[in-house]
Ligand binder design. Structure first.
Ligand code: CA
Length: 671
């Protein structure tokens, strides 16, 4: 790819300018990134041995590179400048004495005759306040007790996971949490915390609910929250990456202490692992918070991004730029970065933000590299972009291209919007809130977007073809941190209903998600009917909007108990977790139903080794009681009229049965 640099701040530079600097330097065209030498070693930027501190910066087009040493993480002058020497593969190298361990450093790169601003580099694994300087510290020396034996749950199939998406502050910052380390990594290490009335909160709440994995919103070092002013209690989701390989300082108790954030994040992960819960990290390699002054731009100007034909940054992220996973060094960077988190922090899964900005080949390689480290690691992402990209559509890691990738799952916006109504149109209703016309799209969700003889994809609202070849490729959900919470969506789309009626709709919505094939995913706090006061894009809203009020667990106790029982039901029955499209096509049989907002189907044949010979699921999204005919038999009633019990609410002989408004009827028989 040939790029036009004329509009870039770095201006033009000369072809072949580096061939004279060092005879060992491979010749490349600085205007054509595809010719750049690349380096895939794990010693980039900093390696500490007993004998030396070794620096190694990848910057093929640099004219000079130096390391600036500092005694502290900020407010101090440089104590030494170490020139680096051009080495093979575009890497510059130099060393300092081992007495420098504990100090801080930055790189300065000379480019086109000008020294660029200092940067901690792109591989800083330990940083000080606001991530401005990297620390000479080996994170593998900063471990909680028992770390060597720490590991996540052995859940080999992603469809066996129950994923709970949470933000550190949302989850613990409200006084009702009873948690000491509010908004910190350490919040999830506190056992025995309760609301003032004694309901479990924190990690005990997660155990009670029964989720298998927490999915934490971005927890690498991001840009927006001022770590030097934590009492200001700033809030941000964290989709503004700064240092991809170091934890965020505002979630630590002491951002200036570069070991604290590492230790405390590991303590959190260990506590969750000890509770049998895996940790999935939200990663945002698709863009950086800054453009010309990002760490990517200050180390290897231009290389890591995609551009429009006029030389301006292309912007498929909607955040001002997009990275270029199709450039080899960027692809390797993403792969090595997730491998680092999996190795060093024992992370059990990765959720890729705007994954379709990346190419399918990169994502396949990401999953393969991670599975080598731990076969229980899951990778999924948003199979879309936020804007157009120069990357050809057929190469994008789009939802529609999921079949081209191996061991990658995508979010089903099909089931999401069909159940509750369109995500961006607050008043729009869906299947569970009485709007007809979404039945076929809900069925697409039930079969995990795989080919099924009874599902007519031409009637799908979003997708028109079975894009998944396996249920392992699908994450089902009805809401997440983006857009309105389910509670707020129900309040806006059912303005005349009571909260009690809306809670019935939420139960029906989640019952569809948690009994569908694929992997269920829920947003933290929905089990207690949390809201965000109607704010749909709360990425920097204050705690008063984002915090979960845990007293809701008591005022909405029935809701919590329903969710808990629903999760228990799913985990107890492999029929909801079939492993292939063929099994789904064979074992799921839809009943012929003409009534709008009514779906009736069976999971037959002791599917996936289930004790139940047949499970009958009837979803009534209308506001009227519906009558259905069910085959005669000895049925156990699992769910009925807004109630659920995985062990059964009672029995019925089948025949003509009534399904209450806005509810699920689930029956099961063993013979
Ligand atoms: Ca930060």
């Amino acid at each position: 790819m040939t790029l036009n640099f004329k509009n870039m701040c770095t201006g033009m530079f000369l072809m072949g300018a580096f061939t004279v600097a060092n005879a060992a330097t491979p010749q490349f065209n600085p205007n054509d990134y595809s010719t750049y030498p690349t380096y895939n070693g794990t010693d980039l930027e900093l390696a500490i041995t007993p004998e030396a501190v070794a620096f190694a910066l990848w910057s093929p087009a640099a004219e000079e590179v130096v390391v600036n040493l500092y005694p502290t993480d900020r407010n101090s002058r440089s104590i030494a400048t170490i020139p680096l020497t051009r080495d093979a593969n575009g890497v510059w190298r130099g060393t300092a004495g081992p007495e420098n361990v504990g100090k801080f450093y930055t790189f300065s790169v000379k480019h086109n005759g000008q020294w660029l601003a200092e940067t901690p580099g792109v591989w800083a694994k330990a940083v000080g306040t606001n991530g401005q300087r990297a620390a000479i510290l080996d994170p593998s020396t900063v471990n909680p007790a028992g770390w060597d034996n720490d590991k996540g749950p052995e859940i080999k199939a992603i469809n066996d996971a129950v994923i709970y998406e949470m933000h550190h502050r949302d989850f613990s910052v409200d006084p009702s949490s009873g948690i000491v380390h509010k908004g910190k990594f350490l919040a999830l290490t506190e056992e025995g915390t309760t609301t003032p009335s004694g309901s479990a909160t924190g990690i005990d709440h997660l155990k009670e609910l029964g989720v298998t994995h927490v999915h934490i919103l971005p927890s690498y070092d991001y840009n927006s929250v001022d770590e030097a002013n934590l009492p200001a209690n700033q809030y941000n989701w964290g989709y503004d990456p700064f240092n991809y390989n170091a934890p965020e300082g505002s979630y630590s108790t002491d951002p200036a202490n570069s070991a604290a954030r590492i230790l405390e994040m590991k303590q959190m992960i260990k506590a969750l692992h000890d509770a049998g819960i895996g940790v999935i990290m939200d990663v945002v390699y698709n863009h950086t918070a800054n453009n010309d002054d990002s760490n990517f731009s200050l180390t290897a100007p231009g290389y890591y991004y995609r551009y429009r034909p006029d030389g301006t940054y292309s912007d498929a992220s909607g955040c001002g730029n997009e990275t270029a996973s199709d450039h080899q060094q960027m692809r390797d960077y993403i792969i090595n970065s997730v491998k680092y988190w999996a190795d060093e922090y024992h992370i059990d899964g990765f959720r890729f933000d705007l994954m379709a900005i990346h190419d399918t080949e990169t994502m396949t390689q990401v999953a393969a590299a991670l599975k080598e480290i731990n076969p229980n690691i899951f990778v999924y992402g948003e199979g879309w972009t936020a804007g157009d990209s120069p990357l050809p559509v057929d190469q994008r890691a789009l939802k529609e291209n999921v079949a081209k990738m191996t061991d990658i799952a995508v979010f089903s916006d099909d089931i999401r919007d069909a159940i509750k109504g369109h995500y961006s149109n607050a008043e729009d209703r869906g299947f569970a809130t009485g709007k007809p016309g979404n039945e076929e799209t809900v069925k697409i969700g039930i079969v995990a977007a795989t080919a099924h003889p009874q599902v007519d994809y031409s009637k799908g609202n979003n997708s028109k073809f079975p894009y998944a070849t396996s249920p392992s490729q699908i994450i089902n959900y009805v809401s997440c941190h983006d857009d309105l919470t389910l509670t707020d969506k129900l309040r806006k789309s059912l303005p005349d209903a009571t909260d009690e009626q809306r809670q019935r709709a939420a139960r029906l919505a989640q019952t569809i998600v948690f009994t569908s094939q694929g992997t269920p995913f829920m947003f933290a706090g929905e089990e207690v009917f949390r809201d965000k006061k109607g704010v749909h894009n709360s990425y920097k809203s204050p705690d008063s909007i984002n915090a979960i009020d845990w007293t809701l667990k008591e005022s909405n106790a029935d809701q919590f108990n329903y969710y808990r029982e629903l999760i228990k039901l799913r985990k107890a029955h492999p029929a909801f977790r079939m492993t292939s499209a063929e099994e789904i096509a064979k074992n799921i049989v839809f009943d012929k139903v003409e009534t709008p907002n009514l779906i009736s189907y069976s999971i037959k044949n002791n599917a996936n080794g289930d004790e139940f010979k047949e499970i009958k699921l009837i979803f009534n999204g209308s506001e009227e009681t519906q009558t259905v005919k069910v085959a005669k038999g000895d049925w156990t009633i699992i769910a009925e009229d807004g109630k659920i019990n995985a062990d059964g609410l009672g029995t019925t002989r089948g025949g003509k049965l009534e399904v209450a408004p806005t509810s699920a009827l689930i029956l099961a028989r063993v013979k």
